[in-house]
Design a protein around this ligand. Sequence first.
Ligand code: GRF
Length: 197
Amino acid sequence: MKRVAVFASGRGSNLSALLRDQAAYDSYRVALVISNVPGSGALNLATEASIEALLIPSRGIERSTHESLVLAALQSRSIDIVCLAGYMRVLGSAFIDGFKKPILNIHPSLLPSFPGMHAQKQAVDAGVRWSGATVHFVDGGLDSGPIILQEPVEVCAEDDEDRLSSRILQAEHQIYPRALDIVARGVYRLQGRVVRF
Ligand code: GRF
């Protein structure tokens, strides 16, 4: 059973999805939630679920100081996998290299299209017919690591950012627990940038 830390800055609906499915998959347990935002929904959800909730603020704090506090928290709790779920702070290579274990992220587009902020608005503005959700490993770049799972979502003519976001969010909630289960069971191998099952 892999011990998972979820990093979240906002409401935490992906955290909820990971918690919802953890008993069914039985390969991972969310043991820790870390947020950099005081009073975030994710911290409240963790407390309600009796999971350790840690606030490690990042605003106005030097990156190296913040990341070493986070790393120490992970190491002291024997965390095996980190899941970023709406964590609005880019993690530097010192953190990624220091952790040395899988770090996953969920992104609301079919990467490599529309990395970065407001991915759903980028999709609407670009006029694509399909967008979706991607779970990928985190590397040093922006939403650029090897892709684990993707789920397409059709973009409808009447979609605006909010409407598309809510449908993509439902897809996110399906694929994030599945991708985490694959990584937790270790039933994949990395061939270059390609994740093979
Ligand atoms: C999701 O859309 C996720 O893809 C993005 O941030 C949002 C977080 O939503 N990285 P929530 O806090 O999990 O509800």
